[in-house]
Ligand binder design. Structure first.
Ligand code: A3P
Ligand code: MG
Ligand code: MG
Length: 382
């Protein structure tokens, strides 16, 4: 690292009492404390359309409509017309949709009126950090830029990730991806009084996102997260009703292969449930509906999981306390690193499996990793 490189402070360094996490990343766990995490509240919503453009609307909001529990859903139907995400390595998406949401809702002035710092990012970035103590395969690279008392965070593809994207998907990977999306189409409808349109091509570009506000210890957070559907009657006026709805009204949909061996059960708990829990816990979703499928892509059973039960099911493998404390430590480290920096300075934070610490490095100003669009900066000046 260059001379600007810093290493995270002692709170990332080892303790013997947390063997699970310390296998690959050492963190202090001297006591049982769980950081305080306020129940996230919904402060807004937006859509991403089929061209991956921001829409200040609830057009893509979907409602849960459960099929007959004995139905055998064939997840292969329509595979030929599937439209995957259009994102490529060259046009890696940043957090522009959040800037559009902030601008549309004139929210930047609300944030700068606070005395404390606020972090703005996607939910996916937070779950990546939360899982770091248990991560053995994927590295990460986060760029951070500060404007006044707001720190914007955005992940970028690492070289490893770029190589994975460039190696084209196997047919089986294409099917796995499609099956998850097709399951959503079977379970969700635009209007709960009408059955889903199962003939419409599945388009992975379209999203409905909620924007949340939460607080982890002293760290204020604003984050956007793609949301599968709401378990509710038809909202008469979604644009005004959505902001007063509890996140517990939303559901997360998942598919998984039917579990038939202790090896599969172990992998499910160790890896899948950590992903499922971190994703839903952060946005206050309490119900995860899984369609268990066979190897041919036929859903054979449904099972509803309570998000809070996942931690008990998987307590042998990971602890939510480790995840949330690591996230809190990371945010404190970012804040301590950037607090005394001038506005617009760019820092990168990196971690790879096997590294005992997260590193921070000041970047020379460049447009490559500058996550703040110029139109947004111009707005801030006015
Ligand atoms: P499954 O998770 O059931 O396999 P999400 O569960 O986050 O709502 O995502 C919906 C579906 O999108 C996933 O369903 C999967 O099919 C697909 N998907 C999401 N993230 C993916 C990724 N990183 N790679 C491939 N497919 C992905
Ligand atoms: Mg989803
Ligand atoms: Mg889902």
């Amino acid at each position: 690292f260059n001379k600007n490189a810093r290493q995270s402070p002692d709170n990332f360094v080892s303790a013997d009492d947390e063997k699970m996490a310390s296998e690959n990343l050492r963190i202090v766990m001297k006591d049982d404390y769980f950081p305080s995490f306020s129940c996230p509240s919904i402060i807004g919503f937006y859509c991403i359309d089929e061209k991956r453009q921001f829409l200040p609307s609830s057009k893509n909001l979907k409602y849960l409509l459960r099929p007959n529990p004995t139905a055998k859903l064939n997840l292969n139907s329509g595979f030929e017309t599937y439209i995957p995400k259009t994102e490529t390595i060259e046009n890696e998406e940043r957090i522009d949709s959040l800037f559009h949401w902030i601008s549309h809702n004139q929210y930047f002035s609300t944030l700068t009126q606070e005395r404390e710092y606020t972090f703005v990012c996607f939910r996916g970035l937070l779950t990546t950090i939360m899982r770091t103590p248990y991560e053995r395969q994927e590295d990460w690279f986060i760029s951070a830029v500060k404007v006044k008392n707001v720190i914007f965070l955005c992940t970028f593809h690492t070289d490893d990730k770029k190589a994975k994207i460039q190696a084209s998907k196997t047919k089986q990977e294409e099917y796995f991806e499609f099956w998850g999306r097709k399951f959503e189409q079977y379970m969700l409808t635009d209007d709960p009084r009408k059955k889903p349109d199962l003939l419409k091509p599945v388009n992975a570009n379209e999203e409905f996102c909620l924007v949340f506000r939460a607080k982890l210890n002293s760290n204020r957070l604003i984050y956007g997260g793609e949301t599968d559907g709401i378990n509710n009657r038809k909202l008469t006026d979604p644009d005004s009703q959505l902001k007063s709805i509890s996140p517990a009204e939303f559901v997360e949909l998942k598919t998984n292969r039917i579990i038939q061996s202790s090896h599969q059960d172990r992998n499910f708990k160790k890896f899948k449930l950590l992903k499922w829990w971190s994703q839903s816990f952060l946005v206050g979703i309490q119900k995860i509906i899984c369609g268990f499928r066979d190897d041919d892509g036929i859903v054979r059973q449904f099972h509803d999981f309570r998000t809070s039960d996942l931690t008990k099911m998987a307590q042998q493998f990971w602890s939510p306390r480790v995840c949330m404390r690591f996230l809190d430590d990371f945010l404190n480290f970012v804040k301590a690193t950037m607090e005394s920096e001038p506005d617009m300075s760019q820092w990168r934070f990196d971690w790879k499996p096997g590294w005992p610490q997260v590193t921070a490095e000041k970047m020379t100003p460049s447009s490559v990793y500058n996550i703040i669009p110029s139109w947004f900066l111009n707005e801030c000046k006015n």
